[in-house]
Design a protein around this ligand. Structure first.
Ligand code: H53
Length: 766
């Protein structure tokens, strides 16, 4: 038994005390686990050497109880407590709200990073916003997405610790003689969540800022009779951290968003500077600040402002020092996602920062910070960072060739690669404990914190491969039960579970998948006895509320599901399920039960992907394009264990130049033409036959994402998947090899890379 930082007895006593005080079981478990972390929290606060601050507008942390109990080795005690209280630990886990303070991959990556930092002992802190409402809750009404506010704080905030820190943040106003006089001020109040690492010996703090009014209540106004107006300041301040912008790789470009970004940056830098004890010149030896995408890029001008206006540094010195401290991660090349703010808005909201940005633009003309009256945040972040990293090997090379080609020529040392990773604690041990047990049985303990040890599974032992296949069968049976009970879709657990779960976006091409589904259904109907491999097509994902095309795709998937699932001709050969309200917890349920992982973005568009890694680690085989980290997954698991299809990024670029490329592809692929017909002819919606004509028109017309051009090869790869699956032993072998060869995709490896190549930080022993 390992030596735990908190004893079971102390934990039980903490829970008993809370139960006696009237807490429910869930609250009592969370509360006692949180209290167990107080010493770690203090220790993390006090860490002496260099540390990193990870600034991110998103942290998709999900549920915390299961992970925290495992980190501390307290699951057994917790399940006994639950049994004594007439419930189960599983039920308590399910009741915890899923904290969705993020949209997708970027936010989930930030959460994996904090956990990895805590596990390997990288001193650091995450800074984010405490959105009262995280990402919206998605439901389906007649197959269409409907959004409702998510209320993750409805049961209070059992994980939070109050560090008693608050700072004033200003906006607007004017600058006189180089001094900024903001016209509006709000207070940023810190709420901390401690993220423990495996073994519970070290923790990283996630500090979330909430906006509050300096004077929440105006008694004078109230007494005067203005009962609503008396609280106006509070309402206006609170609006700052009320909602998370629900866009993923589409930029909203709204003033409130810029305000949120500055609020995060100003509070976090004030906090960091308050803690800096040494000489100012030593700042970069004590602190690294990582900007998660351009969202916190105003940190550059803010740090320069603090150094010049507050500490009296010369502008050039301040720029040099800021650059030593800051580094920037780029997560997308999509032009619509690269932030750019009108100079007028920037000058109105942050007049002193706009001055600094103009000075920077004059000092660094090659950086292209200002362009046609707009501040290009990617260029600004690049210019003020000593390292700029991409998130997969391919993405990093494309950064050099495309968006940052000019800057790369001026600063050839600056761009580096750090391929993303995922934490195996949550994404294997937490969500797939039976698989973890098989692995431990085969290679012993230790792999969970040294994931490359998975390679010790090779040469594969027949018994281990069978055991892994047995785990997959059991996970699929459990998922099938859940799909029937919760979503009313009975499925055959023996069918291939083919899963695409991620944000809905044209570049991710859920419409390629559903068109292939339609074509498959048509062929199955033509010849139901042709020996088809039964499939369950599972989709999940949210569309940005204003993204019409993505919402149409969701609607189409659901209409296809309705028609296909009721079809007696195809019966159990094909089922289609759209699981609503995709979030971290849904992913944890689906990934361990998946056979086929759909990673089918148009090459050159998905910066990395991280779901692709989670699937491979859980023994799903990828059907995918040469995009993002798919390239590296394929290199590692072996081409013979990966279903590759589609054009390369270069071929994509060339194909787009061919006039009428989509029409030509449709004409040469009768299956696609026939599937597209159904979007006009009422097959899926008889009272409005033309409803999906927009999707059909796009695919056969402009088709920027080359669905039509990649369709034939996708179909081919899908049929190859059928052949592979029909050989159950061969499939089990390939699935096991995916697990054995994916150890490199741990976020521990990624964080070690950041520490070595970007932050210059050493691990500490807890
Ligand atoms: O970041 C992930 C990548 C993924 C990329 C995603 C992302 C967002 O979730 C949001 C904004 C953005 O610019 C990029 O799309 O490919 O895996 C983490 O790097």
């Amino acid at each position: 038994m390992r030596d735990l930082p908190i004893s079971e007895d102390a934990f039980r006593a903490g829970v008993d005390m809370r139960l006696a005080a009237g807490d429910g079981v869930a609250e009592a478990l969370c509360g006692a686990a949180r209290d167990a972390m107080v010493p770690l929290w203090r220790q993390a606060q006090a860490s002496g050497g260099k540390r990193v601050a990870y600034l991110s507008m998103e942290f998709l942390i999900g549920r915390l109880l299961r992970e925290t109990l495992r980190a501390f080795g307290l699951e057994r005690a917790a399940s006994e407590i639950c049994a004594a209280q007439g419930t189960t630990l599983g039920e308590v886990f399910e009741a915890e709200p899923d904290a969705a303070l993020g949209n997708g991959g970027l936010g989930r990556l930030a959460a994996c990073f904090l956990e990895s930092m805590a596990t390997i002992g990288c001193p650091g802190v995450g800074y984010g916003l405490r959105y009262e409402h995280g990402l919206f809750r998605q439901s389906l009404v007649q197959g269409k997405q409907v959004e409702a506010p998510e209320d993750w704080l409805r049961f209070g905030a059992p994980w939070e610790l109050n560090p008693g820190r608050a700072y004033e943040v200003g906006f607007g106003g004017h600058v006189t003689d180089g001094v900024w006089h903001p016209g509006e001020r709000v207070r940023a109040v810190a709420h901390d969540v401690a993220v423990p690492g495996e073994g519970g010996r070290f923790a990283v703090i996630l500090r979330l800022w909430q906006a509050e009014a300096l004077r929440p209540f105006d008694l004078g106004r109230f007494n005067y009779g203005d009962h609503v107006g008396a609280s106006a300041a509070e309402a206006s301040a609170r609006a700052l951290t009320r909602v998370l912008y629900p866009d993923d790789t589409n930029e909203a470009g709204k003033a409130l968003r810029l305000k949120q970004e500055y609020f995060l940056v100003a509070a976090s830098l004030a906090d960091l500077m308050a803690d800096h004890e040494g000489a100012l010149a030593d700042l970069a030896d004590a602190l690294a600040v990582q900007l998660n995408d351009t969202h916190p890029a105003i940190a550059g001008p803010e740090l320069i402002r603090l150094l010049v206006d507050g500490w009296g540094l010369a502008f050039d010195e301040a720029v040099a020092l800021a650059r030593k401290v800051l580094a920037y991660t780029n997560h997308t090349l999509l032009p619509e996602a690269l932030e750019s703010w009108p100079e007028g808005l920037m000058a109105w909201l942050l007049p002193r920062h706009m001055e600094i940005i103009r000075d920077l633009d004059a000092a660094l003309p090659e950086a292209g910070i200002l362009d046609h009256g707009a501040v290009r945040m990617g260029n600004l972040a690049f210019a003020l960072a000593h390292r700029v990293n991409g998130v997969s090997a391919l993405h990093t090379e494309l950064m050099k060739e495309t968006v940052f080609a000019g800057l790369h020529a001026s600063y050839p040392e600056r761009i580096v690669n750090q391929t993303n990773g995922v934490t195996p604690r949550r994404w294997i041990a937490g969500c797939n404990p039976a698989l973890a047990e098989v692995i431990t049985g085969a290679i012993g303990d230790g792999w969970l914190t040294d994931l490359e040890r998975l390679s010790g599974l090779e040469p594969l032992d027949g018994g281990v491969v069978d055991a892994m296949a047995g785990v997959k069968r059991a996970n699929k049976a459990r998922l099938a039960e859940w799909l029937a009970d919760e979503h009313g879709v009975p499925v055959d657990p023996g069918a291939m579970f083919d899963v695409q779960i991620k944000r809905i976006h044209e570049y991710k091409r859920q419409h390629l998948n559903i068109l292939e589904t339609i074509a498959l259904w048509q062929e199955m109907r033509d010849a139901p006895e042709a020996g088809w491999v039964p499939r369950v097509k599972i989709f999940a994902g949210k569309a940005a509320p204003g993204y019409h095309f993505a919402k149409e795709i969701i609607h189409l998937i659901n209409r296809v599901a309705e028609r296909v699932n009721a079809d007696e001709v195809t019966g159990d050969l094909l089922k289609v399920v759209f699981v609503p309200n995709y979030n971290v917890s849904v992913a944890e349920r689906l990934i361990p039960a998946s056979d086929l992982s759909e990673q089918i973005s148009t090459a050159g568009k998905e910066a990395s992907g991280t779901g692709n890694m989670k699937f491979a680690l859980n023994g799903a085989i990828t059907i995918g394009t040469l995009d993002g980290a798919n390239v590296e997954i394929r290199e590692r698991v072996g081409a013979e264990n990966f279903l590759l299809f589609g054009m390369t990024a270069e071929e994509v670029a060339a194909r787009r130049e061919i006039p009428g490329h989509a029409a030509e592809a449709v004409a040469s692929e009768p299956r696609l033409a026939r599937a597209l017909e159904t979007l006009h002819d009422g097959t899926f919606i008889d009272d409005w036959p033309d409803l999906f004509a927009g999707i059909a028109g796009n695919v056969a017309g402009h088709d920027h994402y080359l669905v039509a051009s990649d369709f034939a090869d996708y179909w081919r790869a899908q049929r190859e998947a059928d052949d592979w699956y029909a050989d159950a032993d061969g499939w089990a072998q390939k699935a096991a090899l995916n697990i054995a060869r994916s150890g490199w995709f741990s976020s521990d490896r990624t964080i070690r890379g950041y520490m070595r190549d970007i932050w210059g930080i050493e691990t500490v022993s807890a």
